[in-house]
Every structure is written in structure tokens, then in C-alpha cells.
Design a protein around this ligand. Structure first.
Ligand code: SF4
Length: 136
């Protein structure tokens, strides 16, 4: 069954979270489709969306004699909280957003706010960790 656009929207956050959870080592798209029970067609649609939003990059590679893609997060968010708040995941103008377009991650104020918020969380966590007594 082919997913509709709303279902693809719902999946976008899930796919992004899974890619981020694999960290900088990335994940083969075939493994990701299997983990989330997606067809390669639907999975590819979501991956291409995330790539267009500059949230992931896809690297073509040969795996067991077949060409496939490995998916990597472009930036690793501080934590799950900040991933869920990523504005691109629910952005109404995402379909018009590209690096060269009138809506672009390069000039997007929402992305900037999100990064500032993520950094605030990181700094807060660092400060908390520094206040903890040493465990040694
Ligand atoms: S306009 Fe901003 S929030 Fe929307 S998809 Fe583009 S970068 Fe993301």
C-alpha cells in the first residue's frame, strides 16, 4: 500500500530520529527500511526529503555487490528533545525549501532558533555535569 503525504510526514521524524540514533557511523538505508517496516519506495521518499532539508546526507556505496545508500545525519542534535523540536519536520513550506530556493536552510530563522535552543540545552547540561560531584 502506498503511503499518502500525511503518512510520509509522520514518518519523517521517525526516520530522522533513527538516523541520528546511529550517530556519525550512519545506517544503510536497507537496514533502516527493515527496522521501520518501510518499502524502499516510501523510505526513499522520506530520505530524499530529509536530504533536501539538509538534515541528512546520502552516500552511494556498494554493499554485497549492489549499489545502495548509507544515510548520515548532517548535524548531530544535542538530544532527542531537540530532534523532536526540529522545525523542518513539520514545516509547511518544506516542499518549497532548498539550498537555492526562496525558502532555504541557509537563511531560515527557525533553524537558527532551533540551533540556539539546542546549544542552550547543551550548555545547561554541561553546567549541571560540572556541578555533580566526581564519581571516582
Ligand atoms: S523553511 Fe526552514 S524550517 Fe522550513 S524546511 Fe526550510 S529550513 Fe526547515
Amino acid at each position: 500500500m502506498k503511503l499518502n503525504d500525511a503518512q510520509i510526514d509522520d514518518l519523517t521524524g521517525k526516520v530522522f530520529r533513527t538516523i541520528v540514533n546511529n550517530g556519525k557511523d550512519g545506517i544503510l538505508q536497507s537496514e533502516l527500511w527493515k527496522e521501520l517496516a518501510l518499502t524502499s519506495r516510501d523510505g526513499s521518499r522520506v530520505a530524499i526529503r530529509l536530504e533536501k532539508r539538509s538534515l541528512i546526507r546520502r552516500e552511494k556505496m556498494l554493499e554485497n555487490g549492489r549499489w545502495t545508500y548509507k544515510l548520515f545525519p548532517v548535524k548531530l542534535p544535542v538530544d532527542t528533545f531537540s530532534i523532536e523540536k526540529a522545525p523542518c519536520l513539520t514545516c509547511p513550506v518544506e516542499h518549497m525549501c532548498s539550498l537555492e530556493g526562496s525558502y532555504s536552510p541557509v537563511t531560515c530563522g527557525q533553524i537558527e532558533e532551533w540551533l540556539v535552543m539546542s546549544l542552550d540545552i547543551l550548555n545547561h547540561k554541561k553546567a549541571e555535569a560540572e556541578q555533580q560531584p566526581s564519581q571516582t
